[in-house]
Write a protein that binds this ligand. Structure first.
Ligand SMILES: Cc1cc2nc3c(=O)[nH]c(=O)nc-3n(C[C@H](O)[C@H](O)[C@H](O)COP(=O)(O)OP(=O)(O)OC[C@H]3O[C@@H](n4cnc5c(N)ncnc54)[C@H](O)[C@@H]3O)c2cc1C
Length: 256
């Protein structure tokens, strides 16, 4: 869904180059369009699943054994279901950085739901989510300061490509702060005051933590079936996506 924002920000950059005035209400419009699109897609997927004969049960699931899942439904009732095979696909959640004032920052979950587009954005992280939001907000006219640990963004990608991306980000007016991090956030009348480990002080409307995601396994009661995780909490799977327990499988961001 962030692609909707990427395309829109690029369009705005092009239009801004043509001296077309950008309305600040575009943020709400974009947000409405995104919500409508998600609802439309949800409807399509629900119909596809129903037509394929899938029974959908709303609620939070946890393991109760190698062949049993316990679901707490929205009304608080708890039901148990047994199955020959269980597939876990509970994804991951954004991680926050433990610094004073961390509650003032948002993660990518909230970044896609902002009603007002930020005029001054500070982003912590050098991965693709950080780079993507830097480009989106810069494209929509914000000043953007991007802080990351390494010399170049996009650790793990090809080094030549990383250098080209860094140059292009700077070329678009994004201020890069390699080998730097944020040490403190505080609320002021002007906005969020950001202090860095280099001694810089900035003021921003939005501070985004894009510092990685952790697998959603803590509340799954994996111990009930003896399912093993690695040190990050991700479910260990083999090349067929099977865990150490033959009846429990896992796919996607929840795996190692
Ligand atoms: C900002 C952003 C941009 C991205 N852009 C791209 C991109 O351009 N291309 C790309 O390939 N990937 C992208 N990704 C990554 C991609 O979104 C994930 O890799 C993918 O969604 C993982 O799918 P999943 O099914 O494992 O988990 P998810 O899509 O996270 O789905 C997990 C689901 O399980 C539910 N759940 C969790 N716990 C329970 C429970 N106990 N009981 C019941 N339900 C539960 C959650 O509510 C959620 O609905 C992006 C991610 C982010 C955050």
């Amino acid at each position: 869904m962030d692609q909707l924002f990427v395309v829109n920000s690029r369009m705005q950059e092009i239009l801004a180059g043509s001296l077309v005035k950008i309305s600040t209400s575009i943020g709400k419009k974009l947000l409405n369009n995104k919500t409508q699109e998600i609802q439309r897609l949800n409807g399509i997927y629900k119909r596809l699943l129903t037509n394929a004969g899938v029974t959908m049960i709303e609620g939070e699931g946890r393991l109760a054994g190698p062949h049993e899942v316990e679901v707490t439904q929205p009304d608080g009732s708890v039901h148990k279901y047994t199955a020959k095979h269980i597939l876990i696909a509970t994804g991951s959640r954004a991680q926050r950085v433990k610094i004073p004032g961390e509650e003032l920052a948002i993660t990518s979950d909230e970044a896609l739901s902002l009603e007002e587009l930020p005029k001054r954005a500070v982003i912590l992280g050098g991965g693709y989510i950080a780079v993507e939001f830097a480009s989106i907000w810069r494209g929509m006219g914000a000043t953007v300061d991007l802080f990351y640990r390494k010399e170049l963004p996009l650790r793990g990608f090809d080094d030549e490509m990383r250098a080209v991306v860094a140059k292009n980000l700077e070329g678009r007016g994004i201020k890069l702060h390699p080998q730097s991090t944020l040490t403190e956030l505080s609320k002021t009348d002007e906005g969020i005051k950001v202090v860095t480990d280099q001694g810089d002080v900035l003021v921003a409307d939005v501070v985004l933590f894009a510092t990685g995601r952790a697998p959603n396994t803590k509340r799954l009661n994996l111990a009930a079936a003896g399912v093993e995780t690695d040190k990050t909490g991700a479910i260990k799977v083999d090349e067929y996506s099977c865990s150490n327990i033959p009846s429990v499988w896992a796919v996607g961001d929840v795996t190692n």
